[in-house]
Ligand binder design. Structure first.
Ligand code: FAD
Length: 531
């Protein structure tokens, strides 16, 4: 008998077959020994069939992008809706044996920040593909008719690349980005979310109107600058400690069509940072994006931006000077105004002091520009160079100490020990674009730099590179450089207290109010016991 005669479309049959397989698998799950760290009562919840446990279910959630550390959760929740997450948190909060819970965005942390050892990891991605909500359903670009305000409402689990694609269909886009877009909205808003637009628009956390958050008590709260504002400010840059973001309302602007993308080479560090600081001080007539990089001689110009001929030219220069720098900028424009871009660039070039003959330009679509790092990922993956250990170190360094940083760290430690697979980002930030009330901590100077020392390791040299990271931190401490770690990693509360500085007491107060049993994001290792 054919399926059609039975009145079943093949796809319906497939769904039935799949549900049978899924039920069968959950049944098998029930037969496995129940994890000792989780209360049995959890199985009676509505979400029991979305909770998977045992080594096969948890293995993928025991590692992250960093591949430096491992810790297994007892179970993984695949929520279909925010209600499922709230039910889980409420259950743990009310339980005599509460267990820890970590939202996992895309697992792109490097030090286990999204782990939940012995507890439950919430696979946020399944919200976007759940039974009750399709991926597109959880990204909306409405128009607020009253305020003529445009924004995008995006699920906390959404990848920024999907937010970009959806908003572009409406001719708009968020203003502030990360360099790489395969990160989640909730994951970057829990840190800050920075890239070359931050000097003008602030980090991503400065561009949020409203959030839906599930607190550590399981309450579902909508917050903004005016409503439940302590939670709003606390969650932004709050390292997942106060709640799980399930929706963010993000500011958008009309999306440009094209980007003139430029890189200028410097052999002199002083000229390089002077020019960066000049560029972030001018607004409309300047660049829309400003970043920079250190190029060491072994890794010089291995990016896909430069042609082979240009790479060779740059490599020769880097070999002569030991290391060089490039300043990266971008001018956004519309096709209709294309003719004015050359003029604008010409005027800007006159103000800069790069090495003559070492200015390189490209003209690309806005999407191609923002999604540039993914191109490198596509190249590195088949070479086995993406899923490797990443002993990354990210620091915010005050402008006044950048020359000491250059001498002691770029020249003293990094160039001395040149590693081929290293990207060293040097991006200037305006403090005025950061909101003091948010949880993220930054140096106390009007201009500071985000320095990303992003190195790939092998199993053999990852310890060596991590020792070098310690050496860098020691150097800063001994030289009295008042840096802050970005995407911070500390193992003692005393270090966390120092990291938060004047914000610590307030942060503890908020933790006491919104997650008093210290259930959320235990992988950050800030609070290990109830407050
Ligand atoms: P995860 O690693 O899964 O989670 C990070 C933390 O946030 C965990 O503590 C987790 O429990 C918590 N969390 C996750 N989702 C939520 C949620 N919805 N609500 C509350 N808490 C949550 N950062 C930048 O700022 N700029 C960059 O240009 C940049 N480029 C990067 C490039 C690469 C290749 C990689 C690997 C990382 C980069 N990052 C960058 C760092 C990135 O912002 C962080 O790793 C961040 O944690 C986002 O990753 P994720 O979405 O995978 O979150």
């Amino acid at each position: 008998m054919t399926l059609r005669r039975l009145g079943l479309m093949p796809s319906t049959f497939l769904v039935m077959a799949l549900s049978f397989v899924i039920s069968f698998l959950s049944l098998l799950g029930q037969l496995r020994p129940w994890p000792a760290t989780l209360p049995q009562g959890l199985l009676s919840l509505d979400i029991a069939d979305e909770l998977h446990y045992g080594p096969n279910a948890t293995a993928r959630f025991s590692i992250d992008y960093g591949r430096l550390t491992e810790a297994a959760p007892a179970a993984v929740l695949y929520p279909s809706s925010p209600d499922d997450i709230a039910a889980l948190v409420r259950f743990s909060y009310a339980s005599p044996r509460p267990f820890v819970i970590a939202a996992r965005g895309h697992g792109h942390s490097t030090r286990g920040q999204a782990f939940a050892p012995g507890g439950v990891v919430v696979d946020m991605a399944s919200l976007g593909r759940g039974r009750r909500a399709g991926r597109r359903d959880r990204i909306n670009v409405p128009l607020d008719d009253v305020h003529r305000l445009r924004y995008v409402d995006a699920g906390g689990e959404q990848l920024w690349i999907d937010v970009l694609r959806e908003t572009l269909e409406h001719g708009v886009a968020p203003r502030s980005w990360t360099d790489y877009l395969y990160l989640t909205v909730g994951g970057t808003l829990s840190n800050a979310g920075i890239s070359g637009q931050a000097f003008r628009h602030g980090p991503q956390i400065s561009n949020v109107h409203e959030l839906d958050v599930i607190t550590g008590k399981g309450d579902m709260v909508t917050c903004s600058r005016d409503v439940n504002s302590d939670l709003f400010y606390g969650v932004l840059g709050g390292l997942g400690q106060l709640g799980i973001i399930t929706r963010a309302r993000i500011a958008v602007e009309p999306a440009p069509q094209r980007v003139r993308w430029v890189r200028f080479i410097y052999t002199d560090f002083g000229s390089f940072i002077n020019d960066q600081e000049l560029l972030i001080s001018i607004s409309e007539e300047g660049f829309d994006y400003v970043e920079g990089q250190l190029l060491m001689k072994n890794g010089a110009a291995n990016s896909s931006f430069f042609s082979e001929g240009d790479s060779e030219k740059i490599r020769v220069l880097a070999a002569e000077f030991g290391a060089i720098y490039f300043l990266e900028g971008a001018i956004y424009y519309e096709l209709a105004t294309a003719s004015s871009v050359d003029q604008k660039l010409k005027l800007l070039l006159k103000k800069l002091s790069f090495v003559p003959g070492f200015a390189f330009t490209k003209d690309v679509s806005y999407l191609r520009f923002l999604d540039r790092v993914h191109r490198d990922e596509i190249k590195l993956r088949p070479m086995g160079l993406w899923d490797v250990p990443h002993p990354w170190l990210n620091l915010f360094v005050p402008k006044s100490r950048m020359r000491d940083f250059e001498t002691g760290i770029f020249r003293g430690i990094l160039i001395e020990n040149d590693t081929p697979m290293a990207t060293v980002l040097i991006s200037p930030m305006n403090k005025s674009k950061w909101d003091e009330k948010m949880s993220v901590t930054i140096p106390d100077e009007d201009i500071f730099y985000a320095i990303g020392i992003l190195r790939s390791a092998t199993m053999d040299d990852r310890k060596h590179l991590d020792d070098q990271n310690d050496q860098i931190l020691r150097f800063c401490d001994q030289a009295g450089i008042e840096f802050k770690q970005y995407l911070p990693h500390y193992t003692t509360q005393a270090d966390w207290k120092k990291h938060f500085g004047v914000k610590w007491d307030r942060f503890v107060q908020l933790k006491r109010r919104y997650d008093p049993k210290a259930l959320l994001s235990p992988g950050q290792r800030i609070f290990t016991t109830s407050l």
